[in-house]
Structure formats: structure tokens, C-alpha cells
Design a protein around this ligand. Sequence first.
Ligand code: MRU
Length: 352
Amino acid sequence: MRRLSLIDAVSMSGNEIIWIDQTKLPFKEKYVGSSSVSRLCTAIKRLEIRGAPLIGIAAAFGIAAAAANSDAKDSDALLRELKSTAKRINSTRPTAVNLQNCINRMMKKAEELPSLPKKTMAKRLREEAYRIKDEEEKASASMGRYGSTLIKNGDVILTHCNTGSLATAGVGTALGVIRTAYASGKNIKVIACETRPLLQGARLTAWELKRDSIPFELITDSAAAYAMKNRGVSKVIVGADRILLDGSTANKIGTYALAIIAKEHNIPFYVAAPVSTIDPRTKTANMLKKIEQRSPEEVLNVLSRLRIAKDANALNPAFDITPGSMISGIITEKGVARKPYQKSLAKAIRGA
Ligand code: MRU
């Protein structure tokens, strides 16, 4: 087995949440510690903490930290406080359903504990947050095992954004599949899209691949069609922020374009995501409303260093939606779901 070098991107120490500030990577490995919910919300909005499963885990730690640091006089008052904390954290980013799911789970736990002393309640919430993290870590490992059965020696895999241990707990989702296949001895090559405007591919995925010594080439997003036609790409594997029951998948902007190019070149297109990313409630018609629109400044101001144009407008959707019909398979911790997704994803949710 080849060794992998994983990062613990978010955790707790005492009553503080600790995270690696991803906006500083790969230039600086800076860890931040704070017990403040406002500071956590800023970190999620600024993408210091990012990736669908990771923001869910961070939100769970946020609720645990809020309980531990609260001055509420009794558990009823604490519950009221936590409800408002939950609302604030939930409003930070709208697309990844993991955020909402983890917050709901933490609040359900809190509501089950009202007769306990405040300190015990805080302790139980911290345990629940660690359970969520542990489950995500196990889900990543399992996705890695199922996904790597799809990967052959010699595969050239194109991926987008960052889906490694900076985006969840453990090996990651799409990058977790790639890493697990590499660790098991398969000789593969990765083509990583840079992922404009915030360069999660160029800054974060390249950094993680380098740490593991996995061979890769970085491309600009606009070189994806060239790479699929001319560079032997045999699979595309990406992550997800929200997957509807029909397989429609919201993921980092540019994913839909990759699916279209892959279809044109008959290249299998896979999504890797834990069951916690599946949203059985949202209807396809409402999915567009869940797409986060970020500041035009991110497009106009490259890494806050190069101002592209004065007084120009920019469109900056953070995610797009790939129809389920274009996805060859959805790799979850329960196995690889295939079409029709209504049936296979419902089965994955039931845990069958
Ligand atoms: O805006 P980001 O960096 O949070 O977007 C992240 C992605 O789009 C990832 O592909 C997705 O969250 C899956 S991560 C395991």
C-alpha cells in the first residue's frame, strides 16, 4: 500500500473550533482557533472552511462550541440560543445540503436533551459533532473502496474543484476515490482543473496530490475539452454539494460543462458523494434557487492581486447543475448508484 498524507481540516480543542485556513493554501499552512460563532460564519462564507461535508462538520462543531460557551441560565434558555445560532450558521452558504442536514441533526439532539444540566448538554452535543465527523470519515473510506473498483491501471482521471481531506473528513469524495485507487497500487494520472475564480483545483487539489506523490497535470478550466480529446482522459470524477433524487447534481461551477464535454467524447462521468449530500426534499424545479451567487469581485479581482477591469460587472455563480441523465454513476458509501437514480438513491438513503 502506498501511504497517503491526510489533513485534519476541522476539529475542536477545549471549547474552540480549530481549522486550517484554506484561503492561505498552498502558500501558508495556518490553523485558526476560535470559539466565536460569528468568526465561524465568516470563515465558512470566506471559504476558509469549504467543501460540502466539511462545512456540515464545522457547523456541528459550531453548535457544540456555542453550547459550551453559553451563559444561558438554564437548558431552556440554551435551547433558544442554539436555535438562533443554528439559523445564523445555516445562512452562510445555501447550496451544500450537508450544512442544513448537520445543523438539523445537532438541533434534534439538543431538543432530546432539555432536562439535562447545561454542561452535560454541551458535552453531549460535542460528542454528536464528533460522531458526525467520524461518520463522514468512514463514508469517505467506503466511497474510496467502491469507487476504486471502477478505476483501472493506466486510467487518466479528470477532476474539478477540491474534494480531498480539505473538503471532508478522511480521504475525501472524488479525490478520495482517486487516492484510494492510487494507494492500492494502481498507476493512474490525474488532470486537475484549476477551478476559477477561487482556484480550489490549482491551490488545494494540486497541494493534496503533491503531498501524496500522485502524478498530475494542472489545466485551466478552458483546456478541459482539449484534454478530453487529446490527453487520454478515461474518466471524469467530481464531487457534489447537493444531489436530488433524480440524480441532478449541484457542484462547483464548470462541472456541467465537463459533463457535456465528457458525453461528446464518450468518457464516463462519475459523481462521488456521501449519502449526506443527497436531498430527497428539493424538487428539480427549485434547484436553481439553491445556487449560491458570490461576489463579482472574485471574478474581477484575481486572488485579490490583479484587478481585471474597472467598473465592470461580473456573473459569479458558485455552482451549476448537471442533469442525472449525464451521470454514469454516483459513488456513495453504500455502493455505486446507477440509473434510474430515483430508485438507487432512495435505496442508498434507506441504507440498503
Ligand atoms: O465553493 P466550495 O469550494 O465549497 O465548493 C466545493 C465543491 O464544489 C466540491 O466539489 C463539493 O463540495 C464536494 S466536496 C467533497
